[in-house]
Design a protein around this ligand. Structure first.
Ligand code: GLN
Length: 182
C-alpha cells in the first residue's frame, strides 16, 4: 500500500491527513529531516502561508532534500500555498499570488477537472492562480479564465483546497499517479 508523507510545518495539513485516512491510505507527518528520511511513495504540500512554509523548509534543512526527491520523480500534490512552493522548487509554472478580485476573500465554486471529473468542488482561500505554463505542463482546470489545476509529470497542483470538501476525487487522482510509480 502507498505511504504518503504530508508536510506538516504550517497550514491545512491535518485535513489532508484526514482525507487520506478516510481513503484507507497510510500517511505520516514531516516536521523535520528525520521524518523526511522515512520511506514514502508520495508527498502532499498543504495550503497555508507559502512565505512561512518556505522559511521553515529552509531553516529546517528540508528545502533541498524535498526539491531533489521531487526532481528525481517522487509524486507530489501541492494545494494553494503548496502550489506556490512547487512553482519555486520544480514546476514550470508562473504563479500570481493573492490575485483575483472575488478571491480577495474566499469563495466556493465547482468546475470540471480534466481526468478527474465534472463538478469538482473548489474552495478558494486567498488563492493564487497559474498565469503561465511551459509546454511540459498539462492544464487540468480553469475558473474565470484562470488556470487553477495543473500537472507536470508526477507533480499535481491545485489553487483550491480539495481537502476541505468530502469529495475524494482529486486525492484519488493523485493516488493513481503515486500507484503508477510503484
Ligand atoms: N495566499 C497564500 C500564500 O500566498 C496561500 C493561501 C492558501 O494556501 N490558502 O501563501
Amino acid at each position: 500500500m502507498a505511504k504518503i508523507a504530508v508536510l506538516a510545518l504550517q497550514g491545512a495539513f491535518a485535513e489532508h491527513e484526514q482525507m487520506l485516512r478516510q481513503m484507507g491510505v497510510d500517511t505520516f507527518q514531516v516536521r523535520n529531516l528525520s521524518d523526511w528520511n522515512q520511506p514514502k511513495d508520495g508527498l502532499i504540500i498543504p495550503g497555508g502561508e507559502s512565505t512561512t512554509q518556505l522559511k521553515l523548509l529552509k531553516e529546517l534543512g528540508l528545502y533541498e532534500p524535498v526539491q531533489k526527491e521531487i526532481s528525481d520523480g517522487l509524486p507530489v500534490f501541492g494545494t494553494c500555498a503548496g502550489l506556490i512552493l512547487l512553482s519555486y522548487m520544480t514546476m514550470h509554472i508562473k504563479v500570481v499570488r493573492n490575485a483575483y478580485g472575488r478571491q480577495l476573500g474566499s469563495f466556493y465554486t465547482d468546475a470540471p477537472m480534466k481526468g478527474v471529473g465534472e463538478h469538482i468542488p473548489m474552495t478558494f482561500i486567498r488563492a493564487p492562480y497559474i498565469g503561465q505554463v511551459d509546454e511540459d505542463v498539462d492544464v487540468l482546470a480553469e475558473v474565470d479564465g484562470h488556470i487553477v489545476a495543473a500537472r507536470q509529470g508526477h507533480q499535481l497542483v491545485t489553487a483550491f483546497h480539495p481537502e476541505l470538501n468530502d469529495d475524494q476525487r482529486v486525492h484519488r487522482y493523485f493516488l493513481k499517479i503515486v500507484e503508477s510509480t510503484l
